[in-house]
Design a protein around this ligand. Structure first.
Ligand code: BG6
Length: 473
């Protein structure tokens, strides 16, 4: 682990991510005493704002985006006063000299790029020129890292020209979510699950990331990206990797990422002749109206993926994500196999056990077990599914629910890469996604319309049912 930084330098500080997530996260850390006073925060963006004007913007964002019962005007003001603002147009060298003067590089710097990736190269070249790329600098990058393997390699090469991999922090904010990390705790801190966590006992896995939001003013980015590149390529494949990975030797950057990348490399490439049976694309009914033009961009994807290794041979992973769906929910659903033989009579159907790990908005883990329905059973035993529930909020009621970026910003400052994505992971993700997109293009697929507030196109249910399975809606 490299040394702790004494400066956090935010590029794109007036942008949406900064206002909604980064500034509120820093407030959260400061409020909890986790952002020591000797760490200075330097914000930069193109707008010519003074320190005071940026602080006003920060205060407004904090008021708007923090829960009312957590926001305190006094703490916010104290935090805002710690932030300096230096205007920088990253395409020109000027502002960088001022940055270099403001920052004591020897004491370590964490840089967070939340600008458009097209600006990464120029930013990095300028940072290097003014000496802000030395051995004490951690470099964090927000997605999207490219739009395919080739463009992601270009970005990664540009960053690698100035920073070695052990100082590059690629963000996937899902890894900062408490419940996502809990997936690892659940798998590897309990001896109960691991022996049955394989093809011998698991029938299939479902990963759903359903959102109720639509374009949300991001049309220019989203229409060029679509659901597959916006969510599947990164967050969903990371979730899949965490579900499917082998136990790492320890909870440390190399071991964890080594195991994840093996899974990502084991994903079976999508074939053009089966893509129509294994993939469903959709677009919500109001999308083109909101966009103001015709578009073939998918806002929904459901597909069947296969992890071709010993542990998972023959176990399908159904992945589903969409915008404007019926309900917001992110969950991992594991269906175990049926009992090999039922000792009970015909009236007693045994359902397979199900493990549901709800990531958001609820945070809980539920195991569905079969139990006997109370009664004297003159006609034979009757069975019913009952859940064993662990509600995280109930079990850990005293803990504040944190924004994923709080953890990631702190890890970045402290130089811990465990929850950041390594280059080979991003590239394995892109390789699979490029294959998927090429296959659907070769098959001439375009998205089917679906009603807003539904669970996506009917085809997505049909395709699960064809395998005798159902989505856990
Ligand atoms: C972002 C995507 O990475 O994740 C958005 O660009 C998406 O389109 C968001 O809405 C979802 O994040 P969360 O944390 O709200 O599930």
């Amino acid at each position: 682990m490299s040394k702790r930084s004494s400066t956090l330098l935010l590029f794109g500080a007036t942008g949406d991510l900064s206002k909604r997530m980064l500034l509120p996260s820093l407030y959260g850390l400061a409020a909890d005493g986790l952002l020591p006073d000797d760490i200075q925060v330097v914000a930069t963006a193109r707008s010519a704002l003074s320190d005071a004007e940026f602080r006003d913007l920060a205060m407004e964002s904090l008021r708007k985006h923090l829960p009312a019962d957590f926001f305190s005007e006094e703490t916010a003001l104290r935090f805002a006063k710690r932030v300096r603002y230096i205007p920088v147009d990253v395409t020109t060298p000027e502002g960088f000299d001022q940055l270099a003067e403001a920052i004591d590089i020897e004491k370590g710097v964490s840089i967070f790029l939340s600008t458009a990736p097209s600006l990464f190269k120029a930013t990095i070249e300028n940072l290097e020129r003014v000496g802000l790329a030395g051995p004490d600098v951690h470099m964090a990058l927000e997605k999207p890292i490219g739009t395919d393997l080739a463009t992601s390699a270009e970005i990664n090469d540009a960053v690698a020209a100035a920073f070695p991999e052990d100082r590059i922090f690629r963000i996937d904010h899902y890894l900062g979510k408490e419940t996502v990390q809990n997936l690892l705790a659940m798998r590897f801190a309990n001896s109960l699950l691991e022996p049955v966590w394989n093809a011998a006992h698991i029938d299939h896995v479902q990963i759903t990331v359903a959102e109720t939001v639509g374009l949300e003013g991001r049309a220019s980015y989203y229409d060029g990206a679509g659901a597959v590149r916006d969510m599947l390529q990164n967050h969903m494949l990371q979730l899949l990797a965490l579900v499917a990975m082998e136990p790492p030797a320890d909870y440390a950057p190399t071991a964890v990422r080594e195991e994840k990348v093996k899974v990502l490399r084991s994903l079976r490439p999508m074939a053009a002749d089966s893509v129509k049976d294994e993939v469903v694309l959709g677009q919500y009914d109001a999308y083109e109206g909101e966009l103001g033009e015709k578009s073939d961009t998918e806002t929904f994807v459901a597909l069947k993926a296969h992890v071709d290794n010993w542990r998972w041979a023959g176990v399908p992973f159904y992945l589903r994500h969409g915008k404007k769906l019926a309900r917001r929910k992110t969950e991992i659903y594991i269906q175990f196999k049926c009992v090999p033989h039922s000792i009970f009579g015909k009236g007693a159907t045994t359902e397979p056990n199900e493990l549901i790990i709800s990531i958001q908005p609820e945070e809980n883990i539920r195991l569905k077990m079969m139990a006997k329905t109370p009664g004297l059973d003159r006609g034979g035993i009757r069975l019913r599914e009952v859940p064993l529930d662990v509600t995280m909020e109930g079990a850990f009621a005293d803990y504040r629910r944190r924004i994923a970026y709080e953890r990631l910003l702190l890890d970045l400052i402290e130089g811990d890469q465990t929850l950041f994505v390594r280059r080979d992971e991003v590239e394995a993700q892109w390789e699979w996604i490029d294959g998927l997109r090429a296959a659907w293009k070769a098959a001439g697929m375009t998205p089917d319309r679906y009603d807003s507030d539904s669970w996506g196109p009917d085809k997505s249910n049909e395709f699960a049912m064809r395998d005798g399975r159902e989505w856990n809606d």
